[in-house]
Ligand binder design. Structure first.
Ligand SMILES: [Zn+2]
Length: 226
């Protein structure tokens, strides 16, 4: 069973499972209670903790590292998984499961500000020297091949840990502040995709990523069932 979750985690989990808790604000009100109850009924579980996967993992955050070619030690501490410029996967210092018992400076990847517990941190190793405005993709722009591999990895993790492909459970770093209300420091990963002339709306970019991930989940689930 999940060890610890916040009201925001519960609200986000309900939203991800299709039960609207009202605003994701960390305030436990009537709508949060109703959404939790509806989700428990639908999932046929007897406690809110059982709405979460037994691993304790419930969200995936997508990043770019702002790094150059070559995965470095610092990046392996910040992310559980990295996709390099040749689309090769690298595991970070900490396993996905370690995020469930994250402790700052002690255990787990720290890719996000105040939102690492229960959250898988995945990154494309790209965008060294990139500037948001005026836009300059820098010396190592993220490629479609990297995006595709990042999405495939997300799809696999979505199935492995029962993390729905939704705005509240698989999101880019740039979406965290507006969707979950957890302040980040001016993060713009991933507000730009390789076919864009400049960075765009974080949620629109996130929706495009989720569309790709959802397609891959469908294919993987079909293969698993066959
Ligand atoms: Zn990030």
């Amino acid at each position: 069973m999940i060890r610890s979750y916040t009201v925001i985690d519960l609200q986000a989990r309900c939203a991800a499972l299709g039960h609207n808790p009202g605003p994701i604000d960390g305030d436990r009100g009537r709508r949060t209670n109703l959404a939790a109850r509806a989700a428990m009924t639908e999932r046929q579980v007897s406690s809110e903790a059982l709405l979460f996967h037994t691993s304790g993992l419930h969200r995936i955050y997508l990043h770019w590292t702002a790094g150059a070619r070559g995965v470095i030690h610092l990046e392996k501490k910040a992310y559980n998984g990295l996709v390099d410029h040749d689309c090769k996967r690298h595991l970070g210092k900490w396993s996905f499961e370690d995020q469930a018992s994250y402790r700052a400076g002690v255990r787990g990847a720290s890719g996000t500000l105040n939102s690492n517990t229960g959250c898988i941190q995945l990154a494309a190793d790209a965008m060294a020297g990139a500037v948001e405005v005026p836009f300059n993709p820098g010396s190592a722009p993220m490629t479609w091949e990297q995006v595709d591999e990042l999405c495939l990895w997300s799809a696999e993790l979505s199935l492995a840990f029962d993390i729905p492909v939704s705005r509240h459970s698989i999101l880019s770093h740039a979406e965290i502040q507006s969707t979950l209300g957890i302040r980040q420091r001016f993060k713009w990963d991933i507000c730009w995709l390789p076919d864009m002339s400049r960075p765009g709306d974080p949620i629109e970019c996130g929706d495009r990523l989720r569309d790709i991930i959802a397609d891959k989940v469908e294919v993987l689930a079909f293969k698993q069932a066959a």
